[in-house]
Design a protein. Structure first.
Length: 731
């Protein structure tokens, strides 16, 4: 896409951006077709160190401007071809920067069947409509001007003057409805003063899910207040309740004020009192009630939905990023358990690299209730395979299985084995996928699920990239938001996380390789096939031997792919190959090898102070290279630490109001967070209970996987609800 300077200027002005940085970023993304991860990491000196989020925002806003220009060009061309273009109309279209205003201008010209107003004009009733708007003649005077010849002109379609008068009103109504300045003024009036009201439908409270929306049964609030991403969840809840036929949503607007705006804009110059006053009043009321109100309500609902979607999308993206970059166990052997009652608990062992070893099944729960046998089987597996970590899915029978395993550990392996409950959200999606089928063609789907649970405990990032992000279970109303935009946002999060951590070229799976900058699924398959055929990549440069791996793709991807087996130590870092010549030249000048530079603190210190190199490659890039020499992998993730929940708490009935418990944040929404305190039911930590200080956004204080102490405020055993607090002060 060619960068358009007028749009660039407009973007910089509208968003208060740095011109040169923005121009460089858009040039790289649109004209050079570079990926966002590549630009964010390796072109910092050109963009002013824009983050991935900054780059996405700039690109999206620029593309929105492009869409406006495209629509503007279409409308100009369409009206010109209709031979209805005027200099004033052309000027208004060219000067419009809003899609809404453009659509308001274009609305009267859209190709459609003839309206009542257009038919009335065909019958020659426009002069009569002008007389009514003039508000100077009585009905008798107007009728006198229309003799029997008029009926002949309309070919009998207008039988009498009464019909002519009604048809003339249709012309006035349509003029009101299509008045651009009026509609924009009404739009703003509704945003500023309108209310959104929820009403309980007849028998709506008897719906099975009605109690979830109890707080909305008598809700009435300002539309303007809902245009905030922080409360978007409330609007999404309203829409869901309306879809379930529990609530009816309606907009409350001061009718007199709205009609006053119609008189002001569409009927300017009309006398307040005159012979046609009643006819005009009817036109105003019909235009408002039958057309404008409905049209603007749809617009406002669309904007509220968009804002709410953006809020939900942001929450989902933040939670997903935190989950993907959560503390990881690393290269340790793990037993994964996919729990179940009737079908038993499926067990799968994976080795230090995540490779499947063996599987089995135990039946510790009813109806089989083979507890003793299950204990012996589990004990033998742990002993024979030297298992130190057990990951248990948190689905059906998860809590019961955790307690069973903990009992076995306490009796036989106290202090030697750790049992952890792991979110299994999406494990069933993966286990039934084509990808899992190709990976484990001879294994049952439940065994594949147990393998996925074990692997996601070892390395959440490597395993979760195999699953549709929407299925990972850290969202808020994710099924109610725009699925296309949500998918695009979450794909971006996964891409950012994978490239932020980087991967080992010789061990990375097809799934994680496909997210590396510039690669994608097709090339990822080629890389894996090449690796299987040739055993290992010995250098980054070997990537160019992979079919369809071009120099351009190498530029975009090489820095994110580490080759631990390479003799060139820079291949094991985030240092990009394009900077190797500068580093090699520096090593030669200082009579050392690259390995010396990587390992000797004295040489690292000397290099870090070389201003000539910094000037040659750019200060930001230079600082990143200095960092890479000291920390080649730069993995931001922490090592796993087991959370110690209260040992005497297993059911909701064991909790005590006012007591403090150890918890872990499992999901965050804009109204609070859900916290696991060691039992099946997660508690709700409302935003008002997160801190002694005011908190407007839970994401500013909490993250998924965070440990914290929580106090039980209230327990609803019937609805399995627990209210929690982190507040230490009593108010």
């Amino acid at each position: 896409m060619e960068l358009q300077t007028p749009l660039l200027n407009k973007l910089v002005l509208n968003q208060n951006l740095n011109f040169s940085n923005t121009k460089a970023a858009l040039h790289l993304l649109l004209e050079e077709e570079c990926t966002i991860p590549f630009v964010a990491r390796y072109r910092k000196d050109m963009t002013g160190a824009m983050t991935e989020q900054d780059l996405r925002s700039v690109q999206e806003k620029y593309e929105e401007l492009v869409e406006v220009e495209k629509r503007k060009a279409f409308i100009l061309d369409a009206i010109t071809k209709m031979e209805k273009m005027t200099p004033d109309l052309e000027k208004r279209i060219i000067q419009s920067d809003s899609l809404q205003i453009l659509e308001d201008i274009y609305a009267p010209f859209k190709s459609k069947r003839k309206t009542k107003a257009q038919l009335a004009k065909d019958y020659g009733l426009e002069p009569l409509a002008n007389m009514i708007k003039g508000n100077l003649l009585s009905q008798a005077e107007m009728e006198a001007r229309f003799n029997n010849d008029y009926v002949t002109l309309s070919e009998g379609k207008i039988a009498n003057f009464v019909q002519a008068l009604e048809s003339a009103k249709d012309i006035i109504i349509e003029e009101i409805v299509h008045h651009v300045e009026l509609k924009n003024s009404l739009r703003q009036f509704m945003w500023d003063h309108g209310l959104l009201k929820c009403s309980l439908k007849k028998d709506g409270d008897k719906h099975s899910e009605a109690q979830k929306f109890k707080d909305l049964f008598e809700y009435q609030g300002r539309i303007q207040d809902l245009m905030n991403k922080k409360v978007g969840h409330r609007y999404l809840a309203m829409r869901r309740a309306a879809a379930l036929e529990i609530l009816t949503l309606s907009m409350v607007v001061e009718e007199d004020s709205a009609e006053a705006l119609i008189w002001k804009y569409a009927l300017v110059g009309t006398k307040k009192v005159g012979p046609s006053q009643e006819a005009l009043k009817i036109c105003v009321q019909k235009a408002w009630k039958n057309y404008l109100l409905d049209s603007l309500e749809l617009e406002i609902h669309s904007e509220l939905k968009k804002t709410a979607d953006d809020g939900a999308k942001d929450v989902f993206a933040t939670n997903l990023k935190q989950l993907l970059l959560a503390p990881y166990l690393g290269a340790k052997k793990v037993m994964g358990i996919d729990p179940g009652f009737r079908s038993g608990c499926k067990i799968a062992i994976v080795d230090e690299t995540g490779k499947y070893v063996v599987d089995g099944v135990i039946y510790p729960h009813p109806p089989q209730d083979r507890m003793s046998e299950a204990k012996e089987t589990l004990k033998k597996i742990i002993q024979q395979l030297n298992i130190q970590f057990i990951a248990i899915g948190n689905g059906t029978a998860g809590q019961e299985t955790l307690h069973f395993v903990q009992d076995v550990i306490k009796e036989n392996f106290a202090g030697k084995v750790n049992a952890v409950m792991v979110s299994e959200a999406g494990a069933s999606v993966y286990s039934a996928s084509v990808l899992a089928g190709a990976e484990f063609p001879n294994l049952d789907v439940t065994v594949r699920g147990a393998i996925s649970i074990a692997r996601r405990f070892q390395d959440p990032l490597s395993e979760l990239v195999k699953i549709d992000p929407k299925s990972i279970g850290v969202g808020q109303y994710q099924h109610d938001v725009n699925q296309t935009k949500l998918a695009k946002s979450l794909e971006g999060v996964v891409e950012d996380c994978v490239n932020f951590v980087g991967v080992n070229l010789n061990t990375a799976s097809f799934s994680i390789l496909s997210y590396i900058s510039g690669i994608g699924p097709s090339l990822a398959k080629n890389i894996v096939a090449h690796r299987e055929k040739n055993q290992v990549f010995k250098t980054r440069q070997d990537l160019l031997k992979v079919p369809r791996f071009t120099d351009k793709i190498f530029l975009q991807s090489a820095g994110f792919l580490r080759v631990e087996e390479s003799e060139n130590p820079f291949d094991r870092t985030f240092v990009h190959p394009e900077n190797y010549p500068v580093l090699m030249a520096w090593c030669e000048e200082n009579a050392i090898s690259p390995a010396d530079l990587m390992s000797n603190p004295k040489f690292k210190q000397k290099f870090s102070q070389d201003k000539n190199v910094a000037k040659k490659i750019g200060e930001q890039t230079f600082q990143d290279i200095v960092k890479a020499l000291s920390a080649p992998k730069q993995d931001p993730r922490q090592e796993f630490k087991n959370t110690e929940f209260a040992k005497d708490i297993r059911e909701i009935t064991d909790l005590k109001i006012g007591e403090w418990y150890q918890g872990v944040v499992t999901n965050i929404t804009l109204f609070g967070a859900f916290v696991n305190i060691g039992i099946k039911t997660n508690g709700l930590l409302h935003v008002s209970q997160i801190s002694d200080e005011f908190v407007s956004n839970p994401l500013e204080k909490l993250k998924v996987g965070q440990e914290l102490k929580v106090k039980v405020l209230a327990i609803d055993k019937e609805r399995s609800r627990i209210n929690l607090s982190c507040k230490t002060k009593n108010y």
